[in-house]
Design a protein around this ligand. Structure first.
Ligand SMILES: NC(=O)c1ccc[n+]([C@@H]2O[C@H](COP(=O)([O-])OP(=O)(O)OC[C@H]3O[C@@H](n4cnc5c(N)ncnc54)[C@H](OP(=O)(O)O)[C@@H]3O)[C@@H](O)[C@H]2O)c1
Length: 266
């Protein structure tokens, strides 16, 4: 019953349509890859995690102004309106989710990255004390703030290796310094101290490959995390950190600085 001339024409048209849309889709993917690789090869490239708000968004803004190709990650790219408005490349990423990290790395395969800024982070449970210590929250904070940067750095290792600068910037906090006498912030402090120590090992391991891995404290800054009582505006903090990042030399590898370039005690 399908062997009528009408049915065979219908099938031929459907096959053609199918073929055409497959070709169109493939050309769109190639076009997107071409745009990314040609943009990336023309100038230095930076990838910033958690770039949809707070310090990450300001990093994206100032790196863009300096002429970098900026790749900004967001958990929900469709909601990253301000980030998209900067004209940066937006990639979906949840740093706790290995599949999300792998698919971000897959989408950037072959793209050289000069600077990685592991900025995404959470405050955890700032109100907690010893008696109210929340173990589940602490595990989540550790997963985001300490393991997140390691997951992302490991996944982007080949991209960084192909970059000229090979800089890994971990956004830590002075609260991760054991010398700091603030107290409280159990999970946050521990997660940033863990990040600091992991960065030290990373710096030692990757030194011979030309990497510079540092932990940077942004200061206390007005963001959702820092609160409105913070003394610094994001623009001041990021301006300072960009100066530090651009001025990093080989012997800064493994060091702990604030946004003004002052060394912080471990
Ligand atoms: N502000 C300060 O005073 C201060 C001081 C010292 C250190 N820091 C550090 O600076 C960094 C940025 O802080 P901020 O003040 O800009 O905080 P923020 O305004 O709260 O922004 C945090 C960013 O991290 C992202 N993020 C959270 N969990 C994530 C996850 N699982 N996967 C991917 N992204 C995730 C958020 O994405 P969503 O929008 O999807 O939640 C958001 O983009 C943090 O590492 C923080 O510890 C800040």
């Amino acid at each position: 019953m399908f062997n009528t001339p009408f049915m065979s024409k219908l099938l031929t048209d459907a096959t053609r349509l199918c073929l055409l849309s497959t070709l169109l889709l493939a050309s769109q993917i190639v076009l997107a890859e071409d745009t990314l690789s040609s943009k990336a090869s023309a100038q230095k490239t930076v990838l910033i995690t958690g770039a949809n708000r707070g310090l990450g968004l300001e990093f994206a803004r100032q790196f863009t102004q300096l002429g970098y190709t900026v790749i900004g990650t967001a958990r929900n790219p469709e909601k990253a309106i301000e980030l998209k408005a900067l004209g940066v490349i937006v990639v979906a990423l949840d740093v706790t989710d290995s599949e999300s990290v792998a698919s971000m790395a897959e989408s950037l395969k072959g793209t050289a990255i000069d600077i990685l800024v592991n900025n995404a982070g959470v405050i955890g449970n700032p109100q907690e004390n010893f008696k109210s210590f929340d173990f589940d929250q602490a595990l989540l904070t550790y997963n985001i703030n300490s393991l997140g940067p390691m997951r992302v750095t490991q996944a982007l290792y080949h991209n960084l290796l192909a970059g000229k600068e090979k800089k890994v910037i971990q956004i830590t906090s002075i609260l991760g310094s054991i010398e700091n006498n603030s107290g409280g912030y159990y999970d946050y402090r521990a997660s940033k101290a863990a990040l600091n120590t992991m960065n030290k090992s990373l710096a030692i391991e990757l030194e011979s490959e030309g990497f510079t891995c540092v932990v940077l404290h942004p200061g206390w800054v007005k963001t959702d995390l820092g609160g409105q009582g913070a003394p610094l505006e994001p623009a001041q903090s990021i301006k300072g950190m960009l100066t530090v990042i651009q001025g990093l030399e080989d012997d800064d590898n493994g060091k702990f600085y604030d946004y003004r370039g002052n060394a912080i005690a471990w």
